[in-house]
Ligand binder design. Structure first.
Ligand SMILES: [Zn+2]
Ligand SMILES: [Zn+2]
Length: 336
């Protein structure tokens, strides 16, 4: 089969890769499509990523084969499958840190979403695979995983009805946040220098959106001068974090969502203490987050399809990566 293989030094090549062989409780998917995630880009940019590797984890596929003991789906079903699954029993799992479970990072789809065929291991089949109803498109279904991460972030950032929340970075993730936060009853202010993205965020429910100065002024007004209850950082450089701390109300929370290196939060501990600020982060999502996200996409409570700006083939994945790095694409959807 063909897979888009990351070979290091930013090089992605569509080439032959062994087609996975499934076990008794596993499922083989024929790829229908896979979203290109910011975390895939982070791995491509990082020199520490072990290669060769097939990335991609926002997978929608058609069931091509099932193991003898699989009863939850049938050949021909359209499903969405996530890559990481926690054990559900360990100390981390019992305390809600499912994505820190030792089994979590060890689990994965094989070889990854940017391949013609994908093996879904048994725990993923059991806890992180959902049958897609007919009215939901492939592209919409591919948003289950990123939306699940955003839902987890909302909880971890402690968002409540009536809060003022600033979302920094209005790419596809930022726009998912705008919708979830609006649905949760928060007044959302978007921050992004790209005018088109600010406009999209406003259409999706943000009370105001624009570059940093505009966002800072807007959140002050919306919060009656108090400052934002939360600032959710989905993008931006090293300057974003101190700025975020500055526009927070006393007792507010900076939530760091995006991965990637470079950005630091130079914050005086005394400020942290006197202003009782909190710093939280989200890494990935749990099976219950995935189930909740799936429900929101099936019911149409969150609109995701308008976020896909570019559709490319496995052979063109390198172009998709460039489009995201240049901030030309909101969301790239990859098909075989
Ligand atoms: Zn993702
Ligand atoms: Zn666990």
């Amino acid at each position: 089969m063909i897979a888009a293989v990351y070979r290091g030094d930013g090089r992605i090549v569509a080439e032959e890769w062994p087609r996975p062989v499934i076990g008794d409780a596993e499922v083989l998917l024929r790829l229908k499509g896979c979203g290109l995630c910011g975390s895939d880009i982070a791995k491509i940019v990082s020199p520490a990523t072990p290669v060769p590797v097939v990335l991609g984890h926002e997978v929608v596929g058609e069931v091509a084969a099932i193991g003898a003991s699989v009863a939850s789906c049938a050949i021909g079903d359209r499903v969405v499958a996530a890559h990481h699954v926690p054990c559900g029993e360990c100390h981390y799992c019992r305390r809600g840190s499912e994505s820190m479970c030792r089994a979590f990072k060890a689990s994965n789809l094989d070889p990854g979403g940017f391949a013609e065929y994908v093996r879904v291991p048994a725990p993923n089949v059991q806890h992180a695979m959902f049958r897609v109803p007919r009215h939901v498109t492939d592209e919409a279904a591919s948003f289950v995983e990123p939306l699940a991460c955003c839902l987890r972030a909302l909880r971890r950032a402690g968002v409540e009805r009536g809060d003022t929340t600033v979302v920094v970075g209005l790419g596809s993730i930022g726009c998912l946040f705008v919708q979830l936060l609006t649905n949760a009853g928060a007044a959302v202010v978007g921050c992004d220098p790209i005018t088109e993205r600010a406009d999209i965020a406003k259409r999706m429910g943000a009370v105001a959106a624009g570059p940093a100065e505009l966002a800072a002024a807007a959140q002050r007004e919306v919060s009656s001068g108090r400052g934002a209850d939360q600032v959710i950082v989905t993008g931006g450089g090293a300057d974003v974090l101190p700025w975020a701390a500055e526009i927070l109300r006393d007792g507010g929370t900076v939530h760091y969502f995006a991965g990637g290196g470079g950005a630091t939060l130079p914050l005086r501990l005394e400020t942290l203490y006197h202003r009782e600020l909190a710093v939280t982060a989200t890494y990935s999502s749990s099976p219950s987050d995935l189930a909740e996200a799936f429900g929101l996409i099936v019911s149409g409570a969150v609109a995701v399809e308008r976020l896909v700006t570019h559709r490319i083939s496995l052979a063109g994945l390198h172009r998709g990566v460039e489009l995201v790095l240049r901030r030309e694409a909101m969301k790239v959807y990859v098909t075989p």
